[in-house]
Design a protein around this ligand. Structure first.
Ligand SMILES: Cc1ncc(COP(=O)(O)O)c(C=O)c1O
Length: 467
């Protein structure tokens, strides 16, 4: 039991000293009823509260007695006075806040944070806090905590075939933050991006970005030269959002392009740990460390809320990237860095990945089976990996309209059009479906509802075959 007494906010009108007990009672009763004091919360001892409020202890004891008699409070032996669960039960706050009325959230992007390993994380935090030197709580190294960079260098070499040492790593606050640093450093070069690709990244890169088409083998590397870009952002292990892998031939061509034009490849390795039909392809960085900037993040593998990612930077760019970090927001919170270092070093990330890989695989299988059974005109494409799937729809389906109609029925889906540059005419109708946040049962239910909407969205006279 903690011996310290908790703080409590109480407002008393001292111009009416004779009504202090009633005021204190009313304050506490109202706070409990309104849920500001939640069930289980421990109140300060009568002695402490009396001292804090500068009133006699007897007033507090009397108020506590009264509220205990009314059932608002309980006195627990050795623990003190605790708020009872007498408030009107309120909906527990969801771990994944959803817009009102949403029943099935198939938006891609986030993992199931309900699977977050709280106990392992708490252990890692405790250990990290015990060993964290005082100076780590001061202004830190913009490149990141040395202990985390050491651990990440081992992890990335072991799990992704990345060739790096701790000095090649710059810790950042997730992929999007890493990209903003690179955008500054590579601004004069122009950056090519995949089309379709992540809409936020192209917004972030702004006018200096050049769309390059993606087909069934990934990025059309043969179109890079014509783009005039001096860098390219790719998702080679699992293209976002089409789900294809950059073919072996294109990997070679891409690295040749980078070497011959002295360009950089920005490798977004966002979900490579999730491959369900075998081993993921190794990172491109491992083959050409001087020309590939490898970027990773814990957003898919653990939780986006951690805001933790890393850049593995070629030596020629390192100083500029570190300077961009130093002149921007400085560095990543050292307690988070130290906890992640501990979490990864003790094997908790590996364990979490093994567990969630099993779970997401079941969800993906459920989605594919539901699509086959309930949406016969559809076809899932891409490899068995990640947390989303691209689903081609029957010819003639207006995917954006379908998504809008589905949203009105509480089903959130993303049309492929959202990920494309320029004109979407003559392009296949498709949805990008995320399956990570729904159980297999909910997936089946959602696809069933979606199928009903699709059947109303396919114009008559079309073949119903996938485009
Ligand atoms: C293609 C892609 N890359 C990277 C990320 C990770 O972004 P961040 O680390 O900024 O959360 C995401 C997350 O949705 C993504 O979809």
């Amino acid at each position: 039991m903690s011996t310290s007494s908790p703080e409590l906010f109480v407002e008393l009108d001292r111009s009416r000293p004779r009504g202090l007990r009633a005021q204190l009672e009313r304050n506490l009763r109202d706070a409990i009823r309104a849920g500001r004091l939640r069930p289980g919360v421990r109140l300060p001892s009568s002695r402490t509260l009396a001292a804090d409020l500068r009133i006699t202890r007897g007033v507090v004891v009397a108020a506590y007695h009264q509220l205990t008699a009314e059932g608002y409070l309980t006195s627990r032996q050795g623990w003190g006075t605790v708020v009872n669960a007498i408030t009107t039960p309120r909906e527990p706050r969801s771990r994944h806040p959803r817009p009102d009325g949403v029943r099935h959230d198939f938006r891609p992007g986030a993992p199931d944070v309900g699977l977050f390993p709280h106990a392992a994380w708490a252990r890692a935090t405790r250990t990290a806090m015990r060993s964290l030197p005082d100076q780590a709580l001061g202004y830190g190294d913009p490149a990141g905590l040395p202990a985390l960079r050491e651990t990440l260098a081992d992890y990335l070499g072991r799990v992704r075939g990345v060739s790096c040492g701790p000095d090649d790593i710059v810790v950042c606050n997730g992929f999007s933050h890493g990209l903003s640093l690179l955008a500054r450093v590579l601004a004069s070069r122009g950056v090519a991006v995949e089309d379709p690709g992540h809409p936020s990244w192209r917004e972030q890169l702004g006018a200096g970005c050049h769309p390059v088409e993606v087909d069934d083998e990934g990025l059309r590397v043969d179109r890079l030269a014509a783009s005039g870009a001096g860098a390219v952002l790719v998702t080679p292990a699992h293209q976002y959002p089409t789900g294809v892998v950059l073919s072996a031939g294109r990997r070679i061509d891409l690295l040749d392009w980078a070497r011959t034009s002295d360009a950089y490849v920005i490798e977004d390795d966002y979900d490579a740990e999730y491959r369900y039909d075998g081993h993921p392809v190794g990172a491109l960085q491992g083959i050409a460390p001087d020309h590939v900037i490898h970027v990773g993040s814990l957003s898919k593998s653990l939780a986006p809320g951690l805001r933790l990612g890393w850049l593995v930077v070629p030596p020629a760019l390192r100083d500029e990237v570190v300077a961009a970090r130093a002149h921007g927001d400085g560095f990543t919170a050292s307690i988070i860095q130290a906890t992640v270092a501990e979490f990864v070093a003790r094997g908790d990330l590996d364990r979490h990945l093994r567990r969630t890989r099993r779970e997401y695989r079941l969800r993906r299988d459920a989605l594919i089976a539901a699509l086959r059974r309930l949406l016969p005109g559809s076809r899932a494409t891409g490899i068995s990996a990640g947390l989303h799937v691209l689903v081609r729809l029957p010819e003639g389906t207006d995917a954006p309209r379908l998504a809008a109609t589905a949203a009105r029925h509480g089903i959130l889906v993303r049309p492929l059009d959202r990920y494309r540059f320029g004109s979407t005419r003559e392009r296949p109708a498709a949805l990008v479906l995320g399956y990570s946040r729904l159980t297999p049962h909910r997936i089946e239910e959602g696809i069933h509802r979606l199928a009903t909407i699709v059947s109303g969205a396919v114009p008559s006279g079309t073949s119903g075959r996938p485009a």
